[in-house]
Design a protein around this ligand. Structure first.
Ligand SMILES: Cc1ncc(COP(=O)(O)O)c(C=O)c1O
Length: 394
């Protein structure tokens, strides 16, 4: 039998206890994986009245419910509803669809994850939603970009790849005065390190593919809504018929239970390597808001309680072949998109071609690192070999 909750518990404890119904699972610690579409009603009366705890596979099973309840408890009291989606991008698109439609205008940070931008410039444009991109450092000056039909502001902090910090409480205050809602891509910090609802966010999105899953083996996304947005979110997800396969929900819930220890290690190792890189003569700048040297550090310190393992660097000008030699030499850093898994990664990137509200000119080649759970001494030794290869290829 499940023991009685003696909470309120800290978020790290909630990761372990939230959404558990041991009694309902015959005493087993984890929920069963329900592969299900049809739900049978015992009588005609029940069927006609839709009288059953579960109605249909798409609309929820004990497996999806366990994940939803767990995330809702982690988010805290202001969370009024949670939706599970088949990817982070699906979560972003669905959240946006739940708050804006034909004839509306939205404001989106210029530092947003690029496929979010593509969604706005393609599907939303076709639907008649106008998007204005804004400088992520705009703060309360965002007020001047509002139009009478502005329905939503989409924030992401730190910025995708470029790591600008945003003053989310200031932006949210303006948005709410203008009767618009605030959506946030909170994948980097997760609800453990950024309490989105307490900072004025109405819809908080996570690409669960990253730290919730944590093992690079699941595509998954979540949207958490406050009381102002929960009904619209639920209706949109329900009407569009979106649901996640039960095995992926199970993998996500399994990852969720250990996210606290993994994230703490990613944070510690990431910062250690960022500090090491900052001292390297080949490096012009490290973009990591937890570093005192970062322009966004004051905001990070005020609003966040931690960081993950993802950050970027600007190298001093070097020919492409030297940068490629550096990347090719690394044995412990795979070259792949995505992040949040147990392994270290590196990618080269360039934001210049798609930014519209700000100019991207970092002063040298840019690389994004994800610091995994490996020993940091081994990672540093690997990076040293990379820098030797870079010097040799110049
Ligand atoms: C910040 C951010 N948000 C959203 C996504 C999209 O997640 P998914 O790949 O699960 O669609 C990503 C993926 O890289 C991301 O980096």
């Amino acid at each position: 039998m499940a023991k009685k909750s003696k909470g309120p518990f800290k978020p790290e404890t909630r990761l372990v206890t939230a959404g558990r119904d041991t009694q309902g699972q015959h005493g087993f610690v984890n929920p069963a994986v329900y592969h299900a579409s049809t739900v049978l009603y015992p009588t005609a009366e029940d069927q006609i009245a839709h009288r059953a705890r579960y109605q249909y596979g798409r609309r929820g099973t004990p497996t999806t419910e366990a994940m939803e309840n767990a995330l809702r408890e982690l988010e805290g009291e202001q969370c009024a509803g949670v939706a599970l989606l088949p990817s982070g991008l699906a979560a972003i698109a669905t959240a946006l669809m739940s708050v804006a439609g034909s004839g509306d205008h939205i404001l989106v940070t210029d530092s947003v994850y690029r496929p979010t931008r593509t969604f706005c410039d393609s599907v939303f444009k076709r639907m008649g939603v106008e998007t204005t991109y804004y400088d992520p450092l705009i703060g309360k000056d965002i007020a001047r970009l509002f139009k009478p039909n502005t329905r939503a502001v989409f924030v992401e902090a730190p910025g995708s790849q470029s790591f600008e910090m945003q003053d989310i409480p200031a932006i949210a205050e303006v948005a709410h005065t203008k009767k618009a809602v605030v959506l946030m891509d909170n994948t980097w910090a997760t609800p453990l390190y950024f309490r989105a609802f307490e900072k004025g966010v109405d819809l908080s999105i996570q690409a669960g593919t990253k730290y919730i899953g944590g093992h690079s083996d699941v595509m998954f996304g979540t949207v958490s809504a406050n009381a102002a947005t929960a009904t619209a979110l639920k209706t949109t997800v329900g009407n569009m018929g979106i649901c996640v396969g039960p095995d992926d929900v199970y993998l996500a819930l399994r990852g969720f239970r250990t996210m606290g220890v993994r994230l703490a290690r990613h944070y510690e190792s990431g910062l250690q390597i960022a500090r090491w890189l900052e001292k390297r003569p080949e490096v012009l700048r490290v973009m990591h808001p937890a570093l005192e040297s970062d322009p966004g550090h004051a905001i990070w310190k005020r609003d966040f309680t931690g960081a993950c393992g993802l950050f970027s660097i600007v190298l001093k000008p070097a020919p492409d072949k030297a940068v490629h030699a550096f990347m090719n030499e690394l044995a412990l850093f795979g070259m792949g998109f995505s992040w949040g898994g147990f392994e270290s990664l590196v990618i080269a990137f360039d934001c210049a071609e798609y930014r519209t509200a700000t100019k991207w000119s970092p002063g040298g080649p840019t690389l994004r690192f994800h610091i995994g759970l490996e020993d940091t001494g081994d990672l540093i030794a690997d990076l040293e070999r990379g820098f030797a290869a870079l010097a040799a290829a110049k």
